[in-house]
Design a protein around this ligand. Structure first.
Ligand code: CU
Length: 69
């Protein structure tokens, strides 16, 4: 299990945060997450087989993007 914090580009309000949370939690292997809207960050607990590319693939139809801190 990995626990990593990413910067979230494009997240500006609680609606964004909810959308991002729903999309990321729908990924098989994402176990838990915590969004800090003020810092534009998300901390994600996920299975080792997942990469940041997998996480961003789930966001590909949105204007949100994760980047490593
Ligand atoms: Cu928003």
């Amino acid at each position: 299990m990995e626990k990593q914090t990413f910067t979230v580009q494009g997240m500006s309000c609680s609606h964004c945060a909810q959308t991002i949370q729903d999309l990321l939690l729908a990924i098989d292997g994402v176990e838990n997450l915590h969004i800090q809207l003020d810092n534009k960050e998300v901390t994600i607990e996920f299975q080792d087989h997942l990469t940041i590319e997998d996480l961003n693939h789930q966001l590909k139809d949105t204007h949100y993007q994760l980047s490593k801190k």
